[in-house]
Design a protein around this ligand. Structure first.
Ligand SMILES: [Zn+2]
Length: 206
């Protein structure tokens, strides 16, 4: 994890981020494009001072928070950087607030819809997204399995039929991931379809 002290990080620049044009250098493709500030809409994970993920914002908002020394850069997008007239700056992918923010989180309701959303609308046994998808009790209810984030998972019809009233072990089936209570950040509207690799350690997905 690399860190950049906020003050030195943006020591040069009020003008750099308040002007309407910045350069986004695309290292991977070796080309460089000039875009409006609106092209800084890449998603950035915001961590609380305690490193707990609390929200997602645009890169533009993240840069503003860093510049105002309200946040510091924790992880950057190595594929991109921000180029001003004088220098390059790392493109943020994870930032951390400098002060602790009390955030009341809404409890995520345990429902069929949310289980499927957590599982990315895919069968947890074979990875198929072929509808119709069903709910599977990993430990069957008849065997004492509960309705819980840990015991409910998404399964395609084929896998559900194959498993029947057995545990995965008995059926010789493997779960592709261990079902658990989802982090609220995964349920934010802005995060859908986008989980950056650099976010994973902070979202406890590994
Ligand atoms: Zn399946």
């Amino acid at each position: 994890m690399r860190k950049y002290p906020s003050e030195s990080y943006f020591h040069q620049r009020r003008f750099a981020f308040s002007t309407h044009r910045v350069h986004i250098a695309e290292h991977a493709s070796g080309r460089s494009t000039t875009g409006e500030v609106s092209s800084l809409n890449g998603k950035v994970l915001i961590l609380n001072q305690s490193y707990e993920p609390i929200s997602i914002c645009s890169a533009k908002k993240a840069l503003t928070l860093i510049f105002l020394t309200k946040a510091e850069l924790v992880e950057q997008d190595s594929e991109r950087s921000i180029r001003t007239v004088r220098t390059h700056y790392p493109f943020p992918s994870v930032i951390r607030l400098c002060a602790y923010l009390r955030v009341p989180f809404r409890k995520i309701e345990l429902s069929r819809k949310n289980i499927m959303r957590r599982d990315g609308m895919r069968c947890t046994y074979c990875g198929s997204g072929q509808p119709p998808l069903t709910m599977d009790h990993i430990i069957p209810r008849s065997r004492g399995g509960t309705d819980s984030w840990e015991n409910l998972t998404t399964a395609c019809i084929k896998c559900n039929n194959k498993k029947g009233n057995r545990t995965p072990d008995e059926a010789g089936m493997r779960l592709l991931s261990v079902p658990k209570r989802p982090h609220h950040v995964l349920f934010l509207k802005h995060s859908m379809g986008h989980i950056d690799d650099t976010w994973r350690p902070y979202l406890f997905m590994d």
